[in-house]
Design a binder for this molecule. Sequence first.
Ligand SMILES: Cc1cc2nc3c(=O)[nH]c(=O)nc-3n(C[C@H](O)[C@H](O)[C@H](O)COP(=O)(O)O)c2cc1C
Length: 373
Amino acid sequence: MLYRTLLRPILFRLPPETAHELALHSLPLVLGTRLARDFVGGRCQRSCFGDLQRLGLSFKNPVGLAAGFDKNGIALEALATIGFGHIEAGTVTYQSQPGNQRPRLFRLPRDQALINRAGFNNDGAEAFAARVSKHRPDCVLGVSIGKSRAATNDEAVADYLKCFEIVYAVADYIAVNVSSPNTPGLRDLQKAEQLEMLLSALQQRNQELVERTARPQLMPLLIKLAPDLQSRELELIVDVAKRTHIAGIIATNTTIDREGLQTAPERVAACGAGGLSGAPLRARSTQIIANLFQLSGGSMNIIGVGGIFTAEDAWEKICAGAGLVQLYTGFIYEGPAVVRDINDGLAAIVKRDGFASLDEAIGSRAKELAGAG
Ligand SMILES: Cc1cc2nc3c(=O)[nH]c(=O)nc-3n(C[C@H](O)[C@H](O)[C@H](O)COP(=O)(O)O)c2cc1C
């Protein structure tokens, strides 16, 4: 409430990226106090769901922060105190890079959406790992890795491998981002042949690292997909995911589609190229999740992301097939309390709909939702 009536109007007067940087840098200061932590902190974060076992890890609750919010890992401890069950930091690339020219982030309030073409602006894998090793959050930490802009697609495997090795020590799981629309050619890595080469190489290195380090088991490796894939492409990707024994799929990243928006077309066009996130993405990402669940016969761990603002939105993703959910745009529009609201709401919905547990509901409406969208 405080966020929507007081803070958001102030933040939304600033250019979107300035507001983001301000929020990110003030979070550790603001949440340094016990009072503030108690105020925003999740009552539900430890109690309502017990420990959720996913990807061989233990999650306090199913709600996570999606990649891109804290690319450099500068506010992870503070973000964890808000009540997220997991945080996906990054996307981190092997090389540090400035990203695209500003402005590169735009708000579409009428659509409860954002458009961004950030282009993996980040300090690079070495700086990220050094920082995060000293400031680990009190929740599961995923690290999203991407291809450095300077690396061609032929050099992609080597580039991802270097990044993977560096962040390996600080991550609980690693997400391979092959779906950002803002790095030229990146989405081509979702094509079955290229994807299989990339994932096989990463899994081989993963195995070697288990033998070389004290880790008792493979690092859970996930891929993050675009919402703009066709059914046949999803089918091929699920086959590759099974063959390479990856731990799961994150669905979805932002869309390049602009259909059905309420914002005036000339305003949308003025934003230019980039990925659209938030409410307009909701149905499409749910449909992809349901399709992935169906295609994998329910065997694949899916993290559902795209247009989640409320507990009902999160619940629909779970019923489509997601075992965990994430949000980014909903966090910008609704503020920190949204995490607790979704967790509290989910606990109530599980009971309302007569399920014994959250796990029991996963994929319960996949067949119906695979056709919607
Ligand atoms: C400003 C911005 C930056 C993002 N950066 C990344 C990124 O670096 N890596 C990534 O995998 N996804 C990134 N995303 C995509 C989100 O993680 C998420 O998949 C997408 O926004 C859909 O979820 P939402 O509707 O809850 O925002 C970014 C999204 C936004 C809005």
